[in-house]
Design a protein around this ligand. Structure first.
Ligand code: ZN
Length: 214
């Protein structure tokens, strides 16, 4: 994904199912990292302006702050900011991204107000149900419209998915990045597949329903 980071794809091209999990998110590739957050301070929370019509954020800044308070503070060390950022028509296929920085940053993205997105014509229902099983478990519906499948959310389930899973996944990338950096002691060795697995496992453990449930 040259230069881009952890993201959960909303529309994704068909790929062999073996790669389905790693295709749902990918890793930001900026190579340097520097802790920019003193111990205990917590990341800044921001909200960028949306275009006047047509887009919606999954949550408010207060809801985001409350969700961040559910993580162990040491997992957020060095994370400069977490916030809401506008998707665009060209780049509307990510739920969230982690940027290793510096400064380390997590962005959670808006969605078109109808909370639906089309999959590509090659994607079948079982691809979605397998590749986006977490989304389906959170309440995303898969409906057929003509020859294509459309993924549909209601606001509450989408909010729960973003705060309860996507955010935890991106924090997982940050935790992985920092632990990896400590482990090799000389700059993190990039291993996107391992980072994906770590982040997804972290999200399932620390997200909604985990021991540090949001
Ligand atoms: Zn990821």
């Amino acid at each position: 994904m040259g230069g881009f980071g952890s993201l959960s794809r909303r529309c994704r091209p068909y790929r062999p199912c073996r790669r389905a999990v790693s295709e749902r998110y990918c890793c930001v590739a900026q190579e340097q990292e520097r802790g920019s957050n003193p111990r205990g301070a917590g990341p800044e929370v921001f909200e960028r302006s949306l275009p006047p019509k047509g887009w919606i954020y999954p949550c408010t800044k207060d809801e985001l702050r409350a969700a961040l308070a559910g993580f162990p503070p040491e997992h957020l060390e060095g994370l400069h900011a977490v916030g809401l950022a506008p998707a665009t028509r060209k780049d509307c296929w990510a739920n969230g991204r982690y940027f290793a920085g510096p400064p380390a940053l997590i962005e959670l993205y808006s969605m078109a107000c109808d909370l639906t997105y089309k999959q590509s014509p090659y994607v079948k229902r079982h691809h979605i149900e397998r590749g986006q099983a977490v989304e389906v478990a959170y309440g995303m519906r898969v409906e057929r419209v003509g020859a294509r499948f459309v993924c549909c959310w209601d606001l509450e389930p989408w909010k729960r998915f973003v705060l309860g899973h996507v955010l935890a996944h991106e924090v997982g990338h940050h935790v992985y990045r920092r632990s990896r950096r400590r482990a090799v002691n000389v700059g993190a060795t990039r291993n996107p597949a391992e980072s994906e697995c770590f982040a997804e496992a972290y999200a399932l453990r620390h997200g909604e329903g985990g021991p540090h449930g949001l």
